[in-house]
Write a protein that binds this ligand. Structure first.
Ligand code: HEC
Ligand code: HEC
Ligand code: HEC
Ligand code: HEC
Length: 177
């Protein structure tokens, strides 16, 4: 989910993160559906009220503020090495590119996990667009444990051993929707 591009430290808050050398990788949703881009979670609330309420009350909804509050050192919200897991779509086309440029893409939100949802929002009845946002449906012949393993792995792209030593898939219960 997170691009494998090399991360680079930034020290100038006025420089849009995107304008610095940083890969413009296509997210798998963008590979499948050219033109898909990020819209932010406010667009999801009216149709997915439950998922939105769960997300809003989770720690994911203030992940960017956590960087703003960080001290020793401070200004971590301008540090690409930190931002990558605390926003939407950093490093992907149309993803987070700075707090002024893309204020709606701060924090860990729906599209941090589901991918860029613009085509689905514009055309919610399109089944191919919907399916692209949920890669965790059981594959033919796949058992439940394997499916859960795939979800767990998607969490651990951010909840890795450096950043969450207490990771356990039980945490899904705290954000299930
Ligand atoms: C205008 C209504 C509408 C909006 C806005 C909307 N959706 Fe949906 N979405 C639907 C409908 C209808 C479905 C299919 C029924 C269901 O799963 O609830 C769906 C399904 C989904 C699914 C499940 C897909 C699957 O096949 O399992 C995901 C994930 C999803 N939406 C994410 C989002 C995200 C993220 C946003 C905001 C960026 C969003 N939706 C905005 C109507 C909407
Ligand atoms: C894009 C990166 C990213 C992904 C993917 C991600 N998380 Fe998180 N998660 C975070 C960050 C960052 C925080 C810390 C937010 C804060 O406190 O500011 C967090 C915090 C949490 C918390 C609250 C703190 C805790 O550890 O109890 C839960 C629960 C959680 N995540 C569950 C999940 C689950 C389950 C998945 C997979 C379905 C997942 N996360 C996927 C980045 C991510
Ligand atoms: C690979 C993804 C990833 C990167 C990179 C990352 N974080 Fe996080 N961060 C997380 C996750 C996941 C959590 C939630 C961990 C938990 O609940 O125990 C988190 C939680 C936090 C928290 C709140 C919990 C705490 O430990 O007090 C702070 C502060 C934080 N990160 C700051 C940073 C800073 C500063 C950087 C850059 C040096 C950074 N993060 C880089 C994924 C990441
Ligand atoms: C931390 C990652 C993460 C975040 C954030 C997140 N989701 Fe999900 N979402 C998932 C996963 C994983 C599943 C699949 C769960 C399963 O199949 O058991 C899922 C399932 C769904 C489904 C399908 C549910 C069903 O009945 O099949 C919808 C719709 C959805 N999410 C919408 C949203 C919306 C809207 C937001 C933001 C308000 C959001 N999600 C935020 C990871 C996330």
């Amino acid at each position: 989910m997170l691009p494998a591009a090399p991360l680079r430290r930034l020290s100038r808050p006025d420089v849009p993160l995107r304008s610095v050398e940083y890969g413009q990788t296509r997210h798998p949703v963008q590979v499948a559906h050219a033109g898909a881009t990020y819209v932010g979670s406010d667009k999801c609330e009216k149709c997915h009220a439950n998922a939105y309420a769960v997300w809003k009350s989770s720690a994911h909804s203030h992940a960017y503020q956590t960087l703003e509050k960080a001290s020793r050192p401070s200004l971590r919200q301008y540090d690409a090495e930190c931002v990558v897991c605390h926003v939407i779509g950093f490093g992907y086309q149309g993803g987070f590119g700075g707090e002024k440029q893309t204020p709606n893409l701060k924090d860990v939100r729906c599209e941090s996990c589901h991918g860029p949802a613009s085509l689905h929002v514009a055309n919610p009845k399109n089944q191919a667009f919907r399916e692209a946002l949920n890669p965790w449906k059981a594959q033919p012949g796949e058992d439940g444990a394997k499916r859960v393993g795939r979800i767990d792995q998607s969490c651990q792209k951010c909840h890795d051993t450096d950043n969450d030593v207490r990771w356990s898939f039980d945490k899904w219960k705290l954000i299930a929707h």
